[in-house]
Design a protein around this ligand. Structure first.
Ligand code: SF4
Length: 268
């Protein structure tokens, strides 16, 4: 199989690192996608598209409905940027930049995108409700998926230097930690592989589970756990208290009588 041959919706990955090959969705799931605490864990995952050896990596925030349902039944995962907005981006942004081949057919007002140069992916691999990444569930999914995205970028950038095109605030945040995109729009930023940081499960879980209402059975468990902890703590405090030693009776010391200075000059 050649390096650029397709496997389903994902490109086969060169064998330079045996751990980083085959299905890229599966690779990400095993390298920092915290699906068990993600609200989108039952959604169909969306992989990547394009040439993995490209000098350009284009990242969106999260897939939409078109991407999620793409070729359902024929390939295991969806494909990014194949919906209406993905097509518009390729035709009107990548085309004029020379990063996609756009052909105009006579009689048709819609241009056809035939070849896309960048490797395309998303930070989150699942579609948030109403395709809105900036929603409570979307933000949680981005947090849960960002570590595996960073792991993938590290692996890709270890092979060669690339130019990344971050589409949207979440894509910018995942790589740089910057939360506001306004002042960075259209600007270049140089980032080393060592600056790409994964947050780790504990830090992500802390943010993701903040304010999450536990399911009823979990609330029951919590009650039991709390009761146990409280009883245990009280019992522990009682047990750990050092026994109070009986107070020794106070022994009053005999007062020393002050000697009065002798005022008789005849006595020595
Ligand atoms: S968005 Fe990422 S972390 Fe969440 S369920 Fe999908 S693959 Fe898992």
């Amino acid at each position: 199989m050649s390096e650029s041959q397709m496997t389903g919706d994902n490109r086969a990955i060169p064998n330079a690192n045996p751990q980083f090959e085959g299905d890229l969705v599966a690779w990400r799931l095993a390298h920092g996608s915290y699906c068990r605490i993600c609200p989108l864990q039952h959604m169909r995952k969306v992989g990547c598209d394009g040439n993995i050896n490209s000098d350009f990596i284009l990242t969106g925030e999260a897939p939409g409905k078109g991407e999620t349902n793409y070729n359902r039944g024929r390939q295991p995962h969806g494909t990014p940027f194949v919906g209406k907005s993905g097509w518009a981006m390729k035709a009107y942004l990548l085309g004029p930049a020379g990063l996609a081949t756009v052909t105009f057919k006579r009689g048709s007002k819609w241009p056809k995108v035939t070849k896309v140069i960048p490797f395309i992916t998303n930070v989150a691999m699942c579609q948030p409700p109403k395709s809105k990444a900036d929603s409570p569930q979307g933000r949680r999914a981005l947090l849960c998926c960002a570590d595996s995205y960073i792991a993938m970028l590290k692996e890709l950038n270890r092979r060669k230097e690339r130019m990344h095109i971050q589409m949207g605030a979440s894509a910018l945040w995942a790589v740089t930690g910057l939360t506001k995109i306004g002042q960075h729009r259209g600007r270049f930023k140089q980032i080393g592989v060592q600056q790409l940081k994964q947050r780790g499960f504990e830090a992500v879980a802390k943010d993701v589970l903040r304010g999450v209402k536990p399911p009823p059975e979990f609330a029951e468990h919590l009650k039991v756990i709390r009761a146990f902890v409280n009883a245990g703590r009280a019992a522990w405090r009682k047990a750990c208290k050092p026994p109070t030693a009986p107070k020794a009776p106070k022994v009053s010391k005999p007062r020393k009588k002050k000697e009065k200075p002798c005022l008789d000059p005849t006595t020595k």
